[in-house]
Design a protein around this ligand. Structure first.
Ligand code: AOF
Ligand code: ZN
Length: 338
């Protein structure tokens, strides 16, 4: 691993300390080396609205300590007056010779790179793909004005979520189900369908829940209503397209309400149509060591007829975890069907 990669990875680790506290802002970490290449300061963005990573690192140093040195930061330094003044101004003032950046900022207000170059500071990039992966939620939020969507499913080795009678308790182990409870907390909202609420009557503890219920079929006595704030998307508040709720419109509405990430827990129909419509960013798939061995069982993804394998939804698996009994696959959607 070269030096630039080493220090950029350090920035990633620092950035991650802000996870859960900086959203909807990006996670950013910063490392400063002095003229002789010695690490003299580290910083990170700690909380939404507070100092940016670069400022956090540079303000720990005396005025001339960073002069001629190198600053590492996983996101292009900002050049705009937001809740804080532009980081590029401080970098220029502190006379850094080189800035190594992970990714270009997708925020249209930011144009830090050209400002740095104009000031005679050398700019290099390193580990861009990793930097973009780290801030994938921020990138989606900023560029599409939509929440980042993770769809969770739990199935047998043959991809079934229930038998032909609808029996589904339980496919995955206690440990996996406990892990799902923890995962929910990492998202601003959990989303489910009227079908799931009617079939399973889950509690789904969360501070904010969205139920897709086009014809308002779910009874208010369902357990899901016992706790948390609930947004019911129905034909009364959401456009209907081809007889179905326009889920993209629901996501846009959630975004306006300050929801930046959504965890979808549903059956095969909603999962299939969200996948087909390209509304899913990522899949968490729990697979239990069971085989239903019945094609009339319910599938975890139930879209339309597909004739060619080339038309599969493609994913990039980035993590496989072995749990007590099950496995968990985490995969990014790399190509939607349409
Ligand atoms: C952060 N932390 O460490 C960096 C950011 O409203 P402000 O002033 O906090 O600016 C937010 C924007 O600044 C953010 O969307 C991103 O484009 C840029 N850089 N933001 O919260 C940081 N370096
Ligand atoms: Zn900044």
């Amino acid at each position: 691993m070269n030096q630039d990669e080493k220090y950029m990875r350090m920035c990633f680790a620092l950035a991650k300390k802000g996870k859960g506290k900086v959203e909807p802002n990006p996670m950013v970490g910063c490392v400063v080396l002095n003229k002789s290449g010695m690490l003299v300061s580290k910083g990170y963005h700690k909380k939404y609205g507070e100092k940016h990573a670069e400022r956090d690192a540079l303000l720990k140093l005396k005025n001339n300590e960073a002069a001629g040195g190198t600053l590492y930061v996983n996101l292009e330094p900002c050049s705009h007056y937001g809740k804080t003044p532009p980081c590029v101004d401080l970098i220029i003032e502190r006379k850094l010779a080189r800035v190594v950046i992970g990714m270009k900022d997708v925020n249209p207000l930011v144009d830090g790179i050209s400002k740095l170059k104009k000031a005679g500071i050398k700019v290099d990039f390193v580990l861009t793909e990793e930097a973009e992966f780290l801030n994938r939620v921020f990138i989606k939020n900023m560029t599409q004005k939509l929440p980042y969507v993770v769809l969770k499913t739990a199935c047998t080795m043959d991809g079934k979520i229930a038998s032909c009678t609808g029996d589904s308790k339980w496919i995955t182990s206690n440990e996996s189900r406990a892990l799902v409870y923890k995962m929910r907390k990492e998202f601003d909202c959990i989303m489910t369908s009227s079908n799931t609420v009617i079939a399973d009557n889950p509690r789904m503890e969360h501070k904010f829940k969205c139920i897709l219920d086009k014809d308002l079929r779910v009874d208010k006595s369902a357990k899901i209503f016992q706790q948390g704030e609930i947004y019911v998307a129905s034909n009364e508040n959401t456009p209907v397209k081809n007889g179905r709720l326009d889920i993209k419109a629901v996501l846009a509405e959630l975004f306006k309400r300050g929801i930046y990430s959504v965890f979808v827990e549903c059956g095969g129909t909603l999962a299939g149509s969200m996948l087909k419509d390209g509304l899913v960013d990522e899949i968490y798939q729990f697979i239990a060591p069971k085989i239903l061995n019945d094609n009339s069982g319910m599938s975890c993804f139930n879209g339309n007829e597909i004739y060619k394998i080339i038309d599969c939804v493609q994913t990039d698996i980035y993590k496989v975890e072995t749990l007590d009994k099950d496995i968990l696959i985490k995969a990014l959607i790399s190509k939607a069907l349409n």
